[in-house]
Design a protein around this ligand. Sequence first.
Ligand code: WT7
Length: 635
Amino acid sequence: MSNYHIKHLEEYYQVYRKSIREPENFWEEVAEEHFLWYKKWENVLSWDFSKPKVKWFEGAKLNITVNCIDRHLTTNGNKTAILFEPNDPNEAAEHITYRELHRRVCQFANVLKDKGVEKGDRVCIYLPMIPELAIATLACARIGAVHSVVFAGFSSTALATRINDSSCKMVITSDGSFRGSKTIDLKGIVDEALNDCDCVESVLVVKRINSSINMVDGRDEWLEPLLEEAYEDCVPEIMDAEDPLFILYTSGSTGMPKGMVHTTAGYMIYTAYTFKNVFQYKQGDIYWCTADIGWITGHSYIVYGPLANGATTVMFEGVPSYPDFGRFWDIVEKHKINQFYTAPTAIRALAKEGLELVEKYDLSSLKVLGSVGEPINEEAWHWYNDNIGKKQSPIVDTWWQTETGGIMITPIPFATPTKPTYATLPFPGIQPALMDEEGNELTENQVSGRLCIKFPWPSMARTIWGNHQRYKDTYFTAFENKYFTGDGALRDEVGYYRITGRVDDVIIVSGHNLGTAPIEDAINEHPAVAESAIVGFPHDIKGNALYGYVILKDVGEGRVHDNLRKEINQIITEHVGPIAKLDKIQFTKGLPKTRSGKIMRRILRKIACKDTKNLGDTSTLLNPEVVQEIIDNSL
Ligand code: WT7
């Protein structure tokens, strides 16, 4: 029996039960039937969450690009692999076939080799959503280099931190990017970052916007002439199952971002298998995920998952609002999109714009709709279901994380009955647990608790780059022998899960995972700032927005003017990026603290949410008197 493609609810339960009863046989069957191996594994799984140490398919040899590209050449060489839709709707879309993708990845890989990139070296990719972004990641994987894609909306400081943390040898960027009616000087940002990065030996520059940029002699080179010279085939590097494939940074509760390390075989199998089932992808379908490849969603469900299935995957360079708020629906009609995967924040922004911009377009090609990145609220869910899916296309509310590598809790469309705001059931192989604060597992239904996973799955991150202790502390110490997600969740009477949000100091703004610490660190760099605390509060479109409480150094009242607010946001933009700007800034004389000096964000959060009736016991605070002052001056 092939478990690869689940078609109805009963089958889901059968497959799920098998995946839990005999996880190793289950994943072995998936791996054997659908992928190319130079050598099979000696052991499917070995694990110990107390270390933590997890290995899947140990001993196996493979190359993921062979599975994502070469494997499809004989049957599907002329099929479109990547369908590129440019920022400007008047610029022609580009259809890159599997054969062409093969050639371009090989040429790019040969350029990397020529420039001295070797197996295991780290390469930072800082590019807009153009085909070269996907091609560069695959080219790294072809030769066994570890890619670290940094979202091209991050600032130069954030970029430099990430380049240095994993000591990248090379940066791949472009002369700039198009974003709606604007252009962004990406190369300028890279130049600034590289002032602080000694590890970088070379920079490859893709020409995209034709701007005149500064090229540093002996370090920077235009990519195109090198590609033209490069040989069109490249023998894939033979990789071990557990060799690192990529590093992707995610925010944490301290200033340093965490470089999550994903490895080869398990990641490949899990992203491929989830892609197939969660989107019910069939040959010939056109699939579009609107995320950026700078996030895990793009890695797993624009590049690796779809390509491993021989799918056609759309890459969109632009923004949902350009040239107007109908752009997404224009693209759905133009390319007859069958599966559409986006974020609740985009849905809410588009829902605000009125239905004329939806009704203009023929959306009848759509079969499955997806949502990811944050809890989808009831209103957005219904708008999506009614107006985009016309009540015909199931919505898959997919819960997962950068750390999990692939989708973990999700409906299977046409199998799992959906329920608004519920991610519903665990994917095969995933064993969730809800825990109370004392560390007991809540085994019944109709409970809520902290969401943990109690058994390894193939695409879980294996470590944090250069800091295994932090990996252990962050994910494996709160609950013994379990992976702790940082999320709270509830389980209803039929076992469906609803994710209720973060229970730690991470705030999800417009679907972006932001740690409070790096933002506070940035604010504290302002010469007038003594201390700060950031919390989230509900926002119509962004889901959450940021509220900053700022203590100024000893300055007169006269200094507290709007300029200071602007300057604070400017500093945040420089250090973290514009997505982390504060919507509200309240200047205050003090912050509520515990006796050990920890800021009580719970209280600040309630004040920011205008929920001041139930602040809990504040008498144990070091400085209970500041609470009333903060309430009186709240915004
Ligand atoms: C956090 C992970 C998964 C790729 C994009 C975000 C929240 C994600 C959902 C969902 C409720 C969700 C969680 C999670 N989240 N998907 N369907 N329902 N919350 O990856 O940046 O690593 O963020 O996003 O809080 O922990 P990420």
